[in-house]
Write a new protein. Sequence first.
Length: 373
Amino acid sequence: MKTFKINKIEYKRILGRNVKDAEKQERLALFWGASALEVCVHAKDVWVNLSSDYSTSECWLAVEINGVQVSRFIVPKEEGWICLARNLNPQKDNLISLIKDTQAMSGDEKHSLFINGIGLDDQGSFTSLKERKLMIEFIGDSITSGEGLCGSPDEMEWIPQWFCASKTYARQTARALDADWSVLSQCGWGIKWGWDGNTNSSMLRHYENVCSLMFGDYQKALGAQDSYDFKRPADLVVVNLGTNDNGAFFQPAWKDSDGKENLLFKDEKEIALPESGNRVKEGVKEFLALIRKHNPSAKIIWVWGMIKLKTLPPYILKGIDEFKNENSDSNVFALELDAMEDVEKNNEDKGSRGHPGPKTHKLAAEKLTAFLK
């Protein structure tokens, strides 16, 4: 077997946010869920050298060959070689995709995954990858992280095993549009606050960094809190946020360390009252401004609805409209997606953890793809 450090592989594609000059490092850290390394090989046998670290939330890796998932497993902590494929046809191009199936775990200060090298049989070689047409950035919460896309509907434990970032509507949309992808998503987080009203759980405040919601000293040393260079601005940005902001209206008021409560108010029809809803509206405008700053030519699509929302959509839509009018920006759009409550009829349609299942993600990808086209 011939072995190659990452920086010695001429032909490779790194997907998802990463540190500056990641392609020049001997090993590659993958931060966000759905982050990936892709190589194209003329080889019979393909191996990968992996390692990881974590306290509570292990790292799962999905392996695709020519666009089809062939395996999925926990990455061992200790560095070692794992065989990905044997006896492939070495005369054809074989695209190998290594995808971090677990989201960035903000609550685990050690959570990290490394690809340390690729091994090929002695006659194997790397070949150039077909360039894709577009770059799509997806921003979201547990839905975009793929929570619930593994496991039966009865599984309710909050564990990394039930996350499948490789199978979400985002990945399906990127595949349908022949696009590279980058995903920023975190379970329970939102525009202005998380599912419990925690104002620290805001995706907005982390947008300009590599992966700063992973705040451990070890993760910081890896570059997680570095400023992101936006070297390749996105052609399309899809934002799927608001589900957790919405859900917080039905939870007890969250208190910060000083005892100050985040009080949220809704009317008898469960629509947010202005003093609460306008905070989200302003958050939408602030987020859109930040996205536009770093992606000046992108079309931005704000989507919602894979889990039914009632309380906040009017304010999300108002934020989008005000941003468009105030900035004369005609390249921002809104799209409501089909709700799991309406489309999932059988167990095979459903996901675990009470989250959208395969059918909802499939329909979302189809509707989003058609809209983007």
